[in-house]
Design a protein around this ligand. Structure first.
Ligand code: G3P
Length: 217
């Protein structure tokens, strides 16, 4: 499963990117607002930093405006993915972008039937929101499993980008369910490295190594 960072914070992103483990980035209007920066400027900076796909979301809700915004965002860099909401106008715009060979990420997906439409519209990525379904007492991860089944049944090429993943268990379960990518807040990516048994084990190894008095170099 590819690991995308769900952030518009370029400082945090630069730190994460040093690991060489970040395959792409997703942003949304909330994350742009949080960054306090201009969308075109911050997207340009992220695209220059990250080799993989970088999702930048349109703000319009009407088809013509969406297409105009998406085309402007796509001009920022070759790795821009135009992110559109899963609405009728959003899917019409997705088809237009897809026919132009532009990458798209259809976001705010909460059902299998929506995901089916996104794939039929030619979306490059679909973003089902796991955490927000869990917030309502529903099983968000089941949506990932069900979309996987449907996409495999019909050999759709749209990649499942599991979104709204809030913890490392979500990440593991999304990978087990066969999501192609997961987008994670920086704190969740950092948490993926951690395990108390790793820390404990390393402590013991270091103490035992010191007792040998050896040096490798
Ligand atoms: O980028 C969209 C998604 O990952 C948002 O997550 O935690 O706001 O539901 P969340």
């Amino acid at each position: 499963m590819l690991i995308f960072a769900d952030t518009a914070d370029t400082k945090l992103l630069a730190e994460l990117n040093e690991t060489g483990l970040i395959d792409g980035v997703t942003t949304n209007p909330t994350l742009i607002a949080k960054s306090g920066r201009n969308i075109l400027e911050v997207t340009r900076e992220i695209c220059a930093m990250i080799d993989g796909p970088v999702s930048a979301e349109v703000a319009a809700t009407e088809f013509t405006q969406m297409v105009a915004e998406g085309e402007k965002l796509a001009k920022i860099a070759d790795n821009v993915v135009i992110k559109v909401p899963l609405t009728v106008d959003g899917l019409k715009a997705t088809r237009v972008f897809s026919d132009q060979g532009l990458m798209t990420n259809v976001t705010l997906c909460f059902s299998v039937s929506q995901a089916l439409l996104a794939a039929k519209a030619g979306a490059t990525f679909v973003s089902p929101f796991v955490g927000r379904l869990d917030d309502r007492g529903e099983d968000g991860m089941q949506l990932i499993r069900d979309i996987r089944t449907v996409y495999d049944n019909y050999e759709f090429e749209t990649a499942i980008l599991a979104a709204s993943l809030r913890n490392t268990n979500h990440v593991a379960q999304a990978a087990i369910a066969g999501a192609d990518c997961g987008t994670l807040p920086p704190a969740v990516i950092q948490a993926m490295f951690q395990h108390d048994l790793t820390d404990k084990g390393l402590e013991t190894f270091l103490a035992d190594w010191a007792s040998t008095g050896q040096s490798i170099l």
